[in-house]
Write a protein that binds this ligand. Sequence first.
Ligand SMILES: Nc1ncnc2c1ncn2[C@@H]1O[C@H](COP(=O)(O)OP(=O)(O)O)[C@@H](O)[C@H]1O
Ligand SMILES: [Mg+2]
Length: 280
Amino acid sequence: MDVMPAISALAERENRTEDDYINEADGLLYCGKCHTPKQARVAFHLGGRQERAVPIVCQCENQAAETAREIAGKMEFQRRMAEFRKGGITDPAYLRYTFAADDRQDPALSDVCRRYVERWAEMEAQNIGILFHGTVGTGKSFYACAIANALVDQCIPAMVTSFPRLLNLLQSAQNRQEIIDGLGRYRLLVIDDLGVERDSSYAAEQIYGVIDARARSGKPLIITTNLPYSELEKPASMQHKRIYDRILELCPVALKMTGDSRRTKNAVAKKAAAKTLLQG
Ligand SMILES: Nc1ncnc2c1ncn2[C@@H]1O[C@H](COP(=O)(O)OP(=O)(O)O)[C@@H](O)[C@H]1O
Ligand SMILES: [Mg+2]
């Protein structure tokens, strides 16, 4: 096969723009913008040595291609992030609980939660979860979700759900194992409000199944609960003891949230604002 015509075609491919010029020193085409060569001289040995100038990419073309690759990479990152958020954090209220919205009323607690995200690699490797406990309205769900949202921002799949929701799902599912396996795909699982689900032997059995699968997956779990810590340590029934023992083992960091209910405070502020608005 005669390859010379192909080489000639390649060599004459038009990569010249208006500002480009032939450099007299080497006779090659140069870019008018970045002044680096757009041609290189290549020797071919095809029954005798022949030299041809062939097109190459100049510095600015190379940079443009690099920038295009970077933009495509960022877009892909954003697309995956949106997908993880949609799949894992389905409650719109949970999406609003972010470190950006944190009022840092308790700075030490806020810092611990932020550090959990910063040290995620170690937390994940050592399977360290958090148990947020305390009375209603103290910000347990807020910080659990802020952590999950911050991880999703880094394209780390995290899910926020609750036992009532999981129990509904498990009850209506054709294949319960599929649901359990689905949870295992999330690198962080947040289960909000342990203890609000209906208290039945069936529910306890399902909950144990979820927690046990999480323990076996070796992936971190964050739990929030209004139950007092003493009840988690010394539950009334054997069935609950099995569940709580597993949770305490998976969530060695127990953060007690104290203070008045922020919900009550928010409601008072809202009432005052509404009054002002309506009184004109
Ligand atoms: N750190 C915080 N910064 C700003 N708002 C907060 C913070 N923690 C809680 N809130 C607000 O207080 C309310 C109650 O918080 P929540 O996390 O739902 O409490 P809990 O889960 O302990 O019952 C929510 O409306 C939430 O927006
Ligand atoms: Mg809550």
